[in-house]
Design a binder for this molecule. Structure first.
Ligand code: SF4
Ligand code: SF4
Length: 135
């Protein structure tokens, strides 16, 4: 058995498509939805753990792409070094899932790791390098 962590990016017209249940059934895969999110651009993002034979996993991910869903491997996590963060807000507009967001009342920038899809866009955008890639 092999396992993979992947990000599925659903275009707007496929957000409700039962892609995950179909690959589980057709390719005999176990799946675990780790995070799911609709971005402000109405793109659907889902982080999944998949388990099955390596051959079935390859076939399933090829099939998913053929349906028009983007597939990106997720091999690393992004974490925030709280001591380095200055709450400058430079990352807030860059984050596609609002995992990084500003609390209006306090102007504090919060990091919600459950919404993070590890796209790494915030890593180079953070002036004090508070956003770090964890392997
Ligand atoms: S860009 Fe970096 S320092 Fe600024 S709020 Fe975001 S994580 Fe904190
Ligand atoms: S890696 Fe950074 S920009 Fe990407 S989703 Fe996570 S917190 Fe947002």
């Amino acid at each position: 058995m092999a396992t993979r962590r992947v990000v599925f990016r659903y275009p707007r017209h496929l957000i409700d498509a039962p892609v995950v249940s179909q690959i589980a059934r057709i390719y005999n895969l176990e799946f675990n939805i780790l995070r799911a999110n609709i971005t402000p651009q109405s793109e659907g993002l889902m982080v999944l753990g998949l388990e099955g034979s390596a051959e079935d996993l390859d076939k399933a991910l090829t099939w998913v792409q053929q349906q028009g869903v983007g597939v990106q491997p997720l091999e690393r996590d992004v974490v925030r070094n709280e001591e380095r963060c200055t709450h400058c807000g430079a990352c807030v507009t860059i984050c596609p899932t609002e995992a990084l967001h500003k609390k209006i009342a306090t102007q504090e920038v919060c990091f919600d790791s459950d919404k993070c899809i590890a796209c790494e866009l915030c890593v180079p955008a953070c002036p004090p390098r508070a956003m770090e890639v964890a392997f």
